[in-house]
Design a protein around this ligand. Structure first.
Ligand code: UDP
Ligand code: MG
Length: 310
């Protein structure tokens, strides 16, 4: 085999029923390479860590990083990147939604020169209509807002060359939206395609709240257009208001026509509508301030409770 090492990073949050099966499947694929398999337990409270530790005892190439609490999927991935030593780094979920068999193909494309190989979902099984639609809309929106083009139907199942991981590790900003950060520099990119299966066991840990968080972090990390849009919208609304008052005045004073007093509905509508718009705009501003706030606090991205074989 060629002389390279691969690192496989697996974020784990309460996956006790999946880990053993996942391990047996992935090891079949990666044992032909020089490999390290890094599980990052993102504050799991079930038996996940215990199960991983047992595997670590028997196999020194299997490693565990466990966090003090749940810091989120993006941080778990990032920790895996920070500790990885391989020439190619693959991130994959522990719930068998991402087929390990694809790894050979990804490595092939990487060896031919790609720096990023994404696994793109052709079909999704066992995911709600709501999730599929919101994900589609989110990628449409973020690609409209941002100058960085972020591929859709691509999750966090990908292979990164070590040069990409080196760039990520040296970022000064918080890695809140890795999918965007990975696309941003424009490294040579390839795709492999797969049908995304149902979870092997358990339910998704991406609650609606976590999805909304990821979406807002993604947008505020990659675009300031929402701020600009508020300004445009403000101008539009003010101009409309001036025009309406102007035409109404002309109608009333010059032509002595039109209803000057009745108009409750339009007044009510414009007040409430504008009130809502103002609140939304303050919220948009707030999102950016929150992002600045998180950045200047300079808190660590995650805290490690324990490391094994590392
Ligand atoms: N995960 C994590 N921290 C979290 C949520 C999820 O490390 O806070 C892990 C989870 O164990 C899995 C991967 O991230 O290996 C993807 O999560 P999940 O399957 O719940 O998301 P989905 O596939 O439904 O988008
Ligand atoms: Mg999953």
């Amino acid at each position: 085999m060629d002389n390279f090492q691969i690192s496989v990073v697996v974020p784990v949050y309460n996956e006790e029923k999946n880990i053993q099966v996942f391990f047996e499947k992935i090891i079949k694929v990666i044992k032909k390479y020089q490999y390290e398999l890094i599980f990052v337990s993102d504050g799991s409270t079930d038996k996940s860590e215990e199960i991983i530790k047992k595997i670590c005892l028997k196999n020194k190439n299997v490693k565990l990083i466990s966090f003090t609490r749940n810091f989120g999927h993006q941080m778990a991935l990032f920790a895996g990147y920070e500790f990885s030593k391989g020439d190619g780094i693959i991130s994959i979920d522990a719930d068998l939604q991402d087929p390990p068999e694809l790894i050979d193909k990804m490595i092939g494309l990487w060896q031919k020169g790609a720096k990023i190989v994404y696994a793109k979902r052709e079909k999704r099984k066992g995911e709600s209509f709501f999730k599929i639609i919101t994900a589609k809309l989110f990628y449409k929106l973020i690609n409209f807002l941002s100058d960085t083009s972020i591929p859709s139907e691509v999750g966090d199942f990908r292979l990164l060359d070590k040069s990409v991981v080196f760039y990520l590790k040296n970022l000064k900003e918080k890695p809140e939206f890795l999918r965007g950060l990975v696309s941003w520099p424009g490294f040579k990119t390839e795709f492999v395609y797969f049908k995304r299966d149902k979870r092997y066991s358990g339910k998704t840990h991406y609650t609606l709240e976590k999805m909304i968080n990821l979406a807002f972090n993604g947008i505020t990390s990659f675009s300031t257009k929402p701020l600009r849009l508020s300004t445009y919208f403000g101008f539009m609304v003010s101009t409309t208001a001036v025009l309406i008052v102007f035409f109404k005045s002309v109608q009333h004073f010059i032509f002595n026509q039109g209803d000057w007093l009745p108009g409750w509905a339009s007044l009510f509508f414009s007040t409430v509508f504008l009130g809502g718009v103002q609140l939304i705009m303050i919220g948009v501003l707030g999102e950016y301030i929150a992002k600045i706030y998180r950045e200047i606090q300079k808190r660590p991205n995650y805290l490690i409770k324990e490391k094994i074989n590392l």
